[in-house]
Design a protein around this ligand. Structure first.
Ligand code: SF4
Length: 407
């Protein structure tokens, strides 16, 4: 096997990591300091992505695979053993040095590390833990670390990963168990769920208050997962049902949705085209409705149905439930206000605060939101009532062109 230089490895293994949606590529402009102008460089944005820290800050992470060699053969993955892709592997010290070097130059605030399975799950997890251990214990690295956990690895190794990492993720990949069995036969859904369950218990024990001897911090930023959209026939309703189950059972911080990208030499069992990116976007919006707006999955979309791509899911719900509107913003409860299309959580909180001192007018609503055009058919204020507008047969057409996204 040819010996690859570090830059080539970085190019291959940062590119291979882009399929993991847990943090998005920055897509930043290429800059350098050649010619003695400026300090630092962004060489093609190699491997640097953005993620959100637990306190809401947007941080830059070095996003890498330890290796894209893999003994598994997941049909949807470009790194599967039968794929004809260029391969590379970092040594543990190379990842540590890259992380520290980028960190000291202020390019990044942390590391996102995943890996293909080399030899076996334990060997791979051990290598990833060695990276994190060296960063934390040898170099006193205080930056953010996100480690991908291999669910088949021994619980002791997974435990160590969670003690060094801020966040861990265990990818479930496909929304339906039968799809996982068909397209990723080496993966074991029962083992994935067991690892998520153990992670939940560890995270909760680490946060427990009032214990005299508190356990060490254990993945303080919690756990997340990724679902691939469009690699199998799962409907949006089935995908969101899976997400709702994961949030409920394992208290995940986030479920990420990643539109399937057709890969070279893929099997006939996979679609030839990627799903529309809007599908991914609508799933994120629906996911937000479940997490922050008090919606059940079944209220948003039936189990066998897809989301409407043309309008956001809250507007779609409101158009089907016109009897709940118009809503008087001066008297309505918070929970009902959150269901008004175009009203976000922050806008609702501001309105609740303001209405303690005065009756809300349309101008107040205009100031506290991104615009009232979409809201007007659904609300009543001190100086506005939509009259028959809410029940107009063409209401969808009237609000769709001016529709703004929920978030
Ligand atoms: S285990 Fe991960 S890296 Fe390996 S083929 Fe499956 S999805 Fe790809």
């Amino acid at each position: 096997m040819a010996v690859l230089d570090l830059k080539t490895k970085l190019a291959i293994l940062s590119d291979a990591a882009k399929y993991d949606a847990s943090c998005a590529s920055s897509g930043g402009a290429k800059r350098d300091s050649l010619g003695g102008r400026g300090v630092g460089s962004v060489d093609g944005g190699m491997g640097i992505c953005h993620a959100y820290a637990p306190d809401g800050r947007c941080i830059s992470l070095l996003k890498l695979l330890l290796t894209n060699f893999c003994v598994y053969d997941c049909a949807y993955c470009v790194n599967r053993v039968s794929s004809n892709t260029a391969r590379a592997r970092f040594a543990v010290d190379e990842v540590v040095d890259l992380t520290l070097g980028f960190y000291k130059r202020n390019y990044i605030e942390g590391l996102f590390l995943s890996s293909g399975i080399i030899r076996n799950a334990d060997y791979t997890m051990e290598e990833m833990v060695r990276v994190a251990r060296s960063l934390r214990e040898v170099h006193d690295f205080r930056g953010y670390i996100h480690l991908k956990v291999i669910p088949e690895a021994s619980p002791a190794l997974v435990n160590q990963a969670a003690l060094y990492a801020d966040r861990v993720s265990i990818n479930i990949e496909l929304p339906k168990d039968e799809s996982l069995a068909r397209l990723a036969p080496e993966k074991d859904i029962a083992g994935i769920k067991k690892a998520m369950g153990a992670m939940r218990l560890g995270v909760e024990a680490g946060r427990e208050k009032g214990r005299k001897a508190r356990p060490p911090k254990f993945a303080p930023a919690g756990q997340s997962t990724q679902l691939i959209v469009g690699a199998d026939e799962a409907s949006d309703g089935a995908i969101l049902k899976r997400s709702a189950g994961l949030y409920g059972a394992y208290h995940l911080k986030r479920v990420y949705y990643s539109a399937f990208s057709p890969i070279p030499d893929s099997t006939a069992r996979l679609p030839l085209a990627r799903p529309p990116l809007m599908r991914e976007h609508r799933l994120y919006q629906a996911d937000g409705l479940m997490r922050f707006y008090g919606f059940d999955r079944a209220e948003i979309v039936g189990e066998d149905e897809d989301l409407d791509l043309a309008i956001d899911p809250k507007l779609a719900w409101a158009l089907k439930h016109r009897g709940d509107f118009p809503l008087d913003l001066n008297t309505a409860e918070r929970e009902r206000m959150l269901r008004v299309p175009g009203l976000g959580v922050r806008s609702v909180e501001r309105m609740l605060g303001l209405r303690r001192f005065k009756a809300l007018t349309l101008e107040d609503v205009r100031r506290l939101t991104r615009g009232v055009a979409k809201l007007k058919p659904f609300i009543v204020t001190a100086d506005w009532s939509p009259g028959a507008l809410t029940d107009k047969a063409d209401l969808r057409e009237r609000v769709t062109p001016t529709q703004m996204d929920l978030f």
